[in-house]
Design a binder for this molecule. Sequence first.
Ligand SMILES: [Fe+2]
Length: 390
Amino acid sequence: MNTNRSVSRRDIIRALAAVAGASLAGPVLAACGGNESPASTAAPTATSQASTGGSGAAATSTPAATTPASTPAGTPATGTIGGSLTVYSGRSQQLVQKIVDEFAAATGIDVKVRYGDTAEMAAAILEEGKSSPADIFFAQDAGALGAVAREGLLAELPSDVLDLVEPRFRSPDGHWIGLSGRARAVVYNTERVKESDIPPSILDFTDPVWKDRLGWAPTNASFQAAVTAIRVLRGDDVARAWLEGIRDNGARVYENNDVIVSAVIAGEIDAGFVNHYYLERQRAEAGRDLPARNYIYRNGDPGALVNVAGAGILTTAKNQEQAIAFIRYMLSPEAQTYFAEETHEYPLVAGVPTDPNLVPLNEIQTPDIDLSDLADLEATLEMLRDVGLL
Ligand SMILES: [Fe+2]
């Protein structure tokens, strides 16, 4: 669906930087990740610069507060690889520092992580170009990986690594790979909505039967990726009509997915458009069942989008061996179990158990889309502004 208009790297950087800047300045675009959870709102998203020479200012993960004194059980002996690695992470420190620390302990690699919003990290990599100190781009959205890959900045990954993950969750060109899955979901109040009330397509929520019953978060990055998916799959006219239809159905605007889930649990709204893991996290925090459930489309509908958090290795990476080791580690049973249990995402490697509360991935027919195409965020933002949602 990408048109043949030529977009320069400068245009892309400007667009990504605008998105990132907006998200830092206010709720025009909220990040979609751990920093949405109440406990982590104060988490630093733009921490130290790994690129400022010397080591004092860098966010070095190896001796971080959470690092255990000894190697975690079940992982390889320390010091087997050594050297260093610089990761630009669009995933929040709160969510991934622990698994990065385990990787560092298991391999003896000195890992420096620069944390920030995913769009901000993508813009930084594009801006820095060949001189970027980044070895790895760890993103919470495939679109951002696609944007960097399209500029020729991501190297092809080894086939034995790529083969660990289904083709639908990685770059067709092998430039990035999904490390955990994030399903779109309709969260609904089980006292007000029956599963059989959910329409066969996400596009059908424009039906007046849903008048004044819905909630959404137009500033949320995952929501915007979902709108991009509708544009890519069905065209701009359908996407725009859907946005206008939901708006005209009186959907309430919320700041983020967490608040939507809370509003559904409280019965303030009947249903909302979210990523699946927010309800799972709230349920885990509550330690009991809640009057809400996720409906996961599994029929190839645009609503059945499963985005990924994933990673790619920069073509300019100075620490190739360490970078490959990082990706292999994140695909190991230990790390995949971490994502399943700690971030409530889908593991993407076969044989790692999925949370029994979730619809198994192999039962979800995802829409026929190259997740790299979610890179076309700019046109989605323009559409959201046109429709009056931003
Ligand atoms: Fe999110």
